[in-house]
Write a protein that binds this ligand. Sequence first.
Ligand code: FE
Ligand code: FE
Ligand code: ZN
Length: 287
Amino acid sequence: MALKLGSHVSIAKGLLGAAKEAASYGSNTFMIYTGAPQNTRRAPLENMKIEEGKAFMKEHGIDDIVVHAPYIVNLASYKPHIYELGISFLTNEIQRAQALGANYIVLHPGAYTDRDVDYGLQRIAHALNQILQQESDLFICLETMAGKGTEIGRNFEELASIIEKVEKNDKIGVCFDTCHTHDSGYDIVHDFDGVMEEFDRVIGLDRLKVFHLNGSLNPRGARKDRHANIDADETNPRGKDYIGFETLHKIVHHPVAQNKPLILETPWLDATTNLYKEEIAMLREPR
Ligand code: FE
Ligand code: FE
Ligand code: ZN
């Protein structure tokens, strides 16, 4: 059993900078956006210190890294320019992610805005069918979502429905976000095994490729999506965690999580301070 634990890190100083940041937290994996999460402008790969980054990762036992697609990609959009931008961006992102040595692209399925869920599910599957025309080794991992607004992926059934509509779906995986599933109503705190059984029944555990480890600022079912620091109490500037260390520690050491990238996306305390190093050490420790 091998634990692959890390966090989101910055790519501003290239793959080498990202890998160094990850090592400084005691990570053996990490997640990056290939540029700003809010837009689709991307620096040329030549500037990303890829070879140096890969050498550093090898030396420090870091691997199995994850790319997160930007939030503005919306494959459920009925607006042609947004939809087409999403498809062309992700088609290129597969190339970029492979060049960086990533094995997974995590993607928010999309939001149906003025249409309905069925429209959104069809639209996303249609886009994925186009994107997956190119052969690649990496998995596009649909993220479980909190269910705020019109976002799709708020339950396992919606993700399963997208997957079954995609023809070449052997490269579609799922990213399980602890904050999002808790916020959408799954009882990961009292019955994580039951939630995993349900996942297996509806989607199939072989699709589960990546975890996002976050606390939640809201009670189960709140459909909010606001991440908390692990086990934070009211004295934390960001607020109290409703999921808690016990649950996240149990998930990290659960058989389903072994050999999969487990990525923290917990909040920064202020502009210069995060708790990644402390949170990773806490979670790594066996009990
Ligand atoms: Fe996400
Ligand atoms: Fe997430
Ligand atoms: Zn989130």
